[in-house]
Design a protein around this ligand. Structure first.
Ligand SMILES: Cc1ncc(C[n+]2csc(CCOP(=O)(O)OP(=O)(O)O)c2C)c(N)n1
Ligand SMILES: [Mg+2]
Length: 393
């Protein structure tokens, strides 16, 4: 019986990833895209222009941050170049009340949810402990960057469970029984992680609970082919979306460099989640064009020709081609490029002008009350800093 189930799960070809734009940006939906086409019917050229602006602004900022790191102004940078397509499509698919739990590479999503790029860069300059004030509604319920791989999947499923309980309570129902018919919540949770992170226990446990309780949640895996130097083929013997199917979560693969596919599927899955349809899982097939971080040298492990192949599918170039087919002209593209450069420069100027925090702040939020270990460390730092004054005196 078990063998038969495994056979069923693994047999058959994988459906073609969902896409609306081909590699050159021509509108050429895959057969698998047909059932999602409705989701795009209300999206006009103005929205596509906005998505293009989101992508170009993010890339300019991202490139600037790599420069800042190389110039010693950031401790580390995590480039998102190449992954802007799925990020923008999915972020634009979310409603303002939805909660988003990122990993650490979701710069386009952060921007769309109202986080100032200066706040993102400040974290990588070591000036803040966690970036932005997530309790500020202007920051669009975009939670903290999470560098502990997979921790955010637990936070997201816990949050989504809370959304579900709130909705049940509002409806006068206080029981939470696993597997019972789901409840409309009105809001949903989306969580981002990577192909490598899909192997973490946390990510798998999060799916167990999401499936059991039918949380209003969308799991987004950006399969960018690599977990630092480990290829996705080592990570999983099946396509990642099939892992989700094994948990009883509906799951699809999309062309992650097609913002239209990301938007359409994201919109559908989020709507289903918020109307009682339970969790969904989107595997976005994309590629990390840059290094894993500025500490990484991808030339040491990348497969010959892979980078060039994926550069041909650049999400920005594809949306540009689509916009041109809709009649958008050069003036728009020039203006967007200029605005993106201006924004990147604003971030550069602002980040260099930010004051260094008082070193004491490092100890302030570890425990709510004073703690002898922390006091000891604070005193050590005081003595250490004083030693420089003594030397120069
Ligand atoms: C729990 C944990 N283990 C290991 C690491 C070290 N680490 C940082 S990023 C990374 C690879 C993650 O790959 P993936 O999930 O594919 O995301 P990507 O960086 O490709 O976006 C590893 C192993 C970590 N940060 N946290
Ligand atoms: Mg990866």
């Amino acid at each position: 019986m078990a063998e038969q189930m495994i056979e069923t799960l693994h047999s058959g070809a994988d459906p073609e990833p969902i896409r609306f734009l081909d590699d050159d940006g021509n509108y050429a939906p895959s057969a698998t895209a047909a059932e999602y086409a409705d989701e795009l019917s209300a999206v006009g050229a103005d929205e596509f222009r906005q998505w293009y602006r989101d992508m170009v602004a993010t890339r300019a900022f991202d490139t600037e941050c790599t420069h800042l790191q190389r110039q010693g102004q950031l401790a580390l940078w995590v480039p998102s170049v190449g992954q802007e397509g799925c990020q923008v499509g999915l972020a634009r698919a979310a409603e303002p009340q939805d909660h988003i739990f990122p990993a650490y590479r979701e710069h386009a999503v952060a921007r769309i949810r109202g986080v100032d790029f200066v706040d993102l860069a400040a974290q990588f300059r070591g000036l803040t402990h966690g970036g932005w004030d997530v309790t500020d509604p202007a920051n669009g319920n975009f939670h903290l960057y999470t560098l502990v791989l997979g921790a955010q999947t637990q936070h997201a499923t816990g949050y989504a469970l809370g959304q579900l309980l709130d909705a049940k309570r509002a409806a006068g129902d206080t029981a939470l029984d696993a597997g019972e018919a789901a409840t409309a919540t009105g809001d949903a949770t989306m969580v981002f992680y990577g192909d490598g992170t899909s192997s973490q226990g946390d990510a798998n446990e999060a799916m167990v609970f999401a499936a059991s309780y039918q949380t209003p949640e969308v799991f987004v895996v950006q399969n960018n082919r690599w977990a630092i130097s480990v290829p996705v083929a080592r990570q999983s013997r099946t396509p990642l979306y099939r892992r989700a199917l094994g948990f009883g979560i509906r799951a699809v693969q999309i062309d992650g460099n097609d913002p239209l596919a990301a938007y359409a599927v994201g919109r559908r899955f989020l709507r289903e989640a918020r109307t009682g349809g339970g969790p969904g899982y989107i595997e976005a097939l994309t590629y990390r064009i840059g290094a894993h971080t500025t500490s990484d040298d991808p030339t040491r492990y990348r497969v010959e020709g892979e980078l060039e192949e994926w550069q041909q599918r650049d999400p920005i170039a594809r949306l540009e081609a689509h916009l041109r087919s809709l009649g958008v002209d050069d003036a728009f593209f020039a203006e967007v490029a200029e605005a993106a450069d201006r924004e990147a420069k604003r971030v550069r100027d602002a980040i260099l002008a930010l004051p260094a925090p008082d070193a004491d702040a490092m100890f302030a939020h570890v425990y709510t009350e004073q703690h002898p270990r922390i006091e000891e460390q604070r005193e050590w730092l005081d003595r250490y800093e004083a030693s420089f004054t003594e030397e120069t005196a």
